[in-house]
Design a protein. Structure first.
Length: 94
């Protein structure tokens, strides 16, 4: 039981991001993608933001990051629920 509890401590959650968001905006999948602003604001420690290919206006972003070890990956086509080697590019790590 202790082993299972410790395993959850290191879980990395993915937050799916598109330029305008999609569906319910929760970031739980490409169909329900979050906006970049909402994803950054709601990210928890060890989260991965998977960002769909597109043009993002970062001049309007408010960045106040309370999460540690936040990773942003970009260049996704927004069609696969998982990453393949060579498709993702780590662009920033806090």
């Amino acid at each position: 039981m202790l082993f299972l509890l410790l395993g959850f401590t290191f879980f990395q959650s993915q937050i799916f991001v598109t330029v305008n968001g999609a569906g319910n905006g929760s970031g739980s999948s490409w169909r329900n993608a979050s906006t970049l602003q909402n994803a950054i604001s709601s990210a928890t420690s060890n989260s991965q933001l998977w960002i769909k290919k597109g043009v993002y206006n970062v001049s309007t972003l408010t960045v106040a990051i309370g999460a540690s070890n936040l990773k942003l990956y970009g260049g996704f086509l927004g069609t696969k629920p998982h990453c393949h080697k060579g498709i993702i590019l780590q662009i920033l790590q806090f």
